[in-house]
Design a protein around this ligand. Structure first.
Ligand code: HEC
Length: 243
């Protein structure tokens, strides 16, 4: 089943102080979360915490984590591993979205997609200033482009680089950047209450399920992650606005 693969990947989450809300990339309507989901997710074996029967109880020893959709939420004991948190959230989300195709997409990509091959341009005149395009030019373009995407892959897979306070990284739920759908941006995201660019969604996910600090648009980590996420969707038709 889908969630198995996803669950395996996460890192470890160290709970935060007071009960707080961690969202996984989704969005803002977290407020209307029925207590039931928190309960179902909460009863993990993790710590000997008193059964979190009352999700509304604010105790310093549990933490609410909100998924990217802004609706799915679990309550876990402080110190629960990130992989377990991500796994619980995804299991709950999959239960509600059985036809999402998440698993199929997950299997789709396994390595960094290569940048376009521009060797057909060798010998063409690029402009008076630069003369003809050489094989070295073409090789440089490709290497440098792939270098940025690879750097993005590193950030995407690294809770520390992402500034996660709970040991969660993007790949725990989006292996190989699956299901990030960069080709559908910009689009209106209810969680954000506005039209989101890909970087807005990345930041939303950093702030919520990953529980880190939003990155500046020109932060090298943000630039690299955008490159990586787009690289992994090579060949997909652009469909901005698609849900
Ligand atoms: C705990 C699991 C989890 C983690 C961790 C997580 N995501 Fe997500 N993400 C999801 C789920 C589930 C959705 C789908 C939400 C929905 O219903 O729209 C999603 C949605 C998204 C989307 C929107 C996809 C679309 O179709 O528009 C993007 C982009 C995204 N995540 C990027 C990231 C990035 C970047 C990170 C790391 C900074 C990250 N996610 C971390 C589970 C996760």
């Amino acid at each position: 089943m889908i969630h198995r693969a996803i669950v395996r990947r996460s890192a470890l989450v160290i709970g935060i102080g007071a009960a707080s809300v961690i969202a996984a990339c989704g969005g803002g309507q977290g407020a209307e979360r029925p207590p039931s989901s928190a309960q179902s997710g909460a009863g993990t074996p993790a710590s000997g915490e008193a059964p979190s029967v009352s999700p509304s109880a604010i105790t310093p020893s549990t933490v609410d984590v909100l998924l990217c959709d802004g609706k799915t939420k679990v309550n876990v004991p402080q110190g629960t591993p990130g992989t377990a948190i991500a796994g619980q959230l995804m299991a709950e989300w999959m239960r509600k979205n059985p036809n999402s195709g998440w698993e199929a997409e997950e299997r789709e990509r396994h390595t960094l997609q290569p940048a376009a091959d521009n060797s057909a341009l060798v010998g063409q005149v690029e402009g008076q200033t630069y003369g003809r395009i050489t094989p070295q030019d073409v090789a440089l373009w490709k290497t440098e482009t792939e270098r940025v995407a690879t750097a993005g892959s590193r950030v995407f897979h690294d809770a520390g680089e992402l500034g996660s306070t709970i040991g969660v990284s993007c790949d725990m739920c989006h292996p190989h950047a699956a299901n990030t759908h960069p080709e559908t941006y910009p689009k209106f995201q209810a969680q954000l209450g506005r039209v989101a660019l890909l970087r807005d969604m990345i930041n939303w996910c950093i702030e919520h399920p990953v529980r880190g600090k939003a990155l500046a648009s020109d932060d090298p980590r943000m630039r690299a992650m955008e490159a990586y996420i787009l690289a992994q969707r090579k060949g997909k038709t652009l469909e901005y606005g698609k849900h």
